[in-house]
Design a protein around this ligand. Structure first.
Ligand code: B4P
Length: 224
């Protein structure tokens, strides 16, 4: 890590572009906190006995492939950020999915005098490629491991990390994938890209290359 490595790395990109795959790598390498809104929601779902009626309503949006309401997501992101940033660095993975979320979080960072720390990494992938990847995605429900494109050719059935049975994610059924790509794909991303482009903090990376090449391209873009 150099002194100019940004401390707030925001990943945007269509569902399946590899935000989670790459955010985990960066967080591990730089010892940053990995703030994945998708993972936080899925973990909440695992503790089904202690769910409030409000939690159940929120999770229902995710299960249907819809965006969770902004107020809930923004609270969740601000709380996790405040808890874990602490001069350590945070990777925001999927935390920004519409213009309202982008604007609100930008004001939040501004109020904390952190604007200079932000870089936004846009992982490009066509909606067609995203559809193909999500239809094949396998994850470990125990440790959250995402089977890579290369590993998926080996037809793994258990997690290479913890040996738990691998599964497709509950929101990776064909019908829900299509809905997510319509609502969160490249058309929906355009206003967010425009917003960050105008601020001069958007960096694009081609997501249609090997995981290690995408990672290398990201690293070239997280230093000022
Ligand atoms: P997420 O969990 O964030 O998932 P995602 O966008 O579908 O996938 P991601 O881009 O992380 O792709 P991955 O690395 O897995 O969101 C789930 C849901 O939570 C949302 O639909 C929504 O309901 C809710 N939610 C979350 N945040 C929200 C917000 N801010 N506002 C409102 N609602 C919100 O990679 C995909 C696949 O591709 C994997 O199989 C992987 O192995 C493979 N892959 C990755 N990189 C590859 C490469 N370079 N080559 C080949 N394959 C690759």
């Amino acid at each position: 890590m150099t002194t100019s490595t940004k401390k707030i790395i925001i990943f945007i990109g269509p569902p399946g572009s590899g935000k989670g795959t790459q955010a985990k790598k960066i967080a591990e390498k730089y010892h940053y906190y990995h703030l994945s809104t998708g993972d936080i929601l899925r973990n909440l779902d695992k503790n089904s006995q202690s769910l409030t009626s409000e939690d159940i309503k929120v999770l229902d949006f995710m299960k249907k492939g819809e965006l969770v309401p902004d107020a809930d997501i923004i609270d969740l992101v601000k709380n996790a950020f405040t808890r874990f940033y602490n001069n350590r660095g945070v990777v925001l993975d999927g935390a920004i999915r519409n213009i309202e979320q982008a604007e609100t979080m930008q004001k939040f960072f501004e109020a904390q005098n952190l604007l200079k720390e932000i870089v936004v990494i846009d992982i490009y992938l066509s909606d067609e490629q995203a559809l193909d990847r999500l239809s094949k995605r396998q994850v470990c429900p125990n440790c959250g491991y995402i089977v890579s494109g290369e590993e998926s050719k080996k037809n793994l059935t258990v997690c290479p990390r913890c040996s738990h049975q691998l599964k497709a994610r509950a929101d990776d059924s064909p019908e829900i994938i299509k809905k997510r790509i319509t609502q969160q794909g490249n058309v929906a991303l355009e206003p967010i890209r425009e917003f960050y482009k105008k601020l001069g903090i958007l960096r694009g990376v081609d997501g249609n290359q090997a995981v290690s090449d995408v990672a290398r391209a990201i690293e070239e873009n997280i230093c000022s």
